[in-house]
Write a protein that binds this ligand. Structure first.
Ligand SMILES: [Mg+2]
Length: 375
């Protein structure tokens, strides 16, 4: 089975996002699918996919090692390489008749524990709104939840207004905990927007409500400072969603900055790249909880990886953000008592409905609110 073409397809996914699917064609008519979504960088990622295509076209899916390793680093080329890598794994699985997790050596688990991250979904940003959203998601089969409650908070604009915003954020988180009860897990993400004193203040306020973690409180470019935050706040720290290569995550590991690492299969080289990251992380005895906020294709890729990670914690997902997202693929994942079921279909197990996807071309996204950068 030889790859004859590989190309991107940009699809409007929600009011905030355009997805970048990767489609690989073969001489046997079998298609492989990947996800290279990088918000706001659609043109750049598509150009990078086209520039990588020559490394893939003409390769024999069953016999050839197919590498799109992104030696240059950077999110644009990493997203492109990641999407291509996923499509290649999808094709290899289909060629060999194996689901990806079996090609990774087998599963520690076939039911993947998930948490619902609802930052983009929620429109009512009052504390009561956060509580209601968590309640609705709990009723729909979820047992763990994460939000970014700190609207407008930014360490670069200190002042009394910031203290009001910080308190409001804490109230949103507390409302979420009170809505779902102690039998559920709740966490909060700060999107690198705090300074150290604010991280400590927030930790003191939310610690009685037992978040499973505080995510990315301060910029990760300062691992020594992050290590101090971890030592002082008494809440597990999570991060590492934007690092694209093992050598970028190594300084965080060496400084013991985080309890939980969150590599993203869309940013760190696809399935090939994330497994390299996983092998490094596992040598440091840390928990791994993949960052995952996009299409059913990358969600499936993340799930196959999660199945094959020994020190797996749980996986992020974003509940549907638009009415048409279900039309784009033949498979959708729904939490049942807090778990997604892994597919045993060959490859990733998700087919893109190309004709349906083409009905939703690129749309300029609504500007992200200041609170919604990242996920
Ligand atoms: Mg995050």
């Amino acid at each position: 089975m030889k790859i004859t073409n590989i190309y991107p397809l940009v699809v409007n996914g929600s009011r905030f996002s355009n997805y970048i699917f990767v489609i690989a064609e073969t001489d046997q008519g079998v298609l492989g699918f990947g996800d290279a979504t990088l918000d706001g960088m659609e043109k750049e990622v598509c150009a990078a996919i086209e520039s990588f295509a020559g490394r893939v076209i003409g390769k024999d899916v069953e016999k050839d090692a197919i590498s799109v390793e992104n030696r240059a680093g950077g999110l644009v080329t990493s997203a492109a390489a990641s999407g291509i890598d996923m499509a290649v794994w999808d094709l290899k699985g289909k060629a060999f008749g194996l689901p990806v997790y079996k090609m990774l050596g087998g599963a520690y688990r076939t039911e993947i524990k998930v948490y619902a991250s609802f930052n983009r979904l929620i429109r009512d940003r009052s504390p009561e709104g956060f509580g209601r959203m968590a309640e609705q998601l709990k009723a729909a089969g979820n047992t763990a939840f994460k939000c970014h409650p700190f609207d407008g908070v930014d360490w670069r604009t200190p002042g009394p207004g910031q203290r009001v915003l910080v308190d409001r954020g804490c109230e949103r988180f507390i409302a979420m905990r009170q809505a779902v009860g102690d039998e559920c897990d709740v966490a909060l993400d700060a999107h690198w927007r705090l300074d150290m004193p604010t991280a400590r203040y927030i930790a003191d306020r939310v610690r009685p409500y037992r978040p499973f973690w505080l995510e990315t409180p301060i910029p990760e470019k300062k691992p020594e400072l992050l290590a101090q935050v971890r030592a002082q706040i008494g809440i597990p720290l999570a991060g590492g969603e934007m690092q694209t290569r093992p050598d970028e995550i190594l300084p965080l590991l060496q400084q013991q900055c985080l309890d939980v690492y969150m590599p993203d299969v869309r940013y760190c080289g696809g399935i090939t790249g994330i497994m390299k990251m996983v092998h490094l992380l596992e040598t440091f005895d840390v928990l791994i909880s993949p960052h995952n906020m996009c299409t059913a294709v990358s969600c499936a890729a993340s799930m196959h990886v999660c199945a094959a990670i020994r020190s797996f914690y749980h996986m992020e997902y974003h509940p549907e953000e638009s009415e048409w997202v279900h039309d784009l693929t033949d498979t959708h994942f729904k939490a049942e008592n807090g778990f997604f079921k892994l597919s045993d279909k060959p490859g990733l197990g998700v087919e893109l409905n190309i004709e349906e996807a083409k009905k939703h071309p690129y749309q300029p996204p609504q500007p992200l609110r200041a609170n919604m950068l990242g996920a």
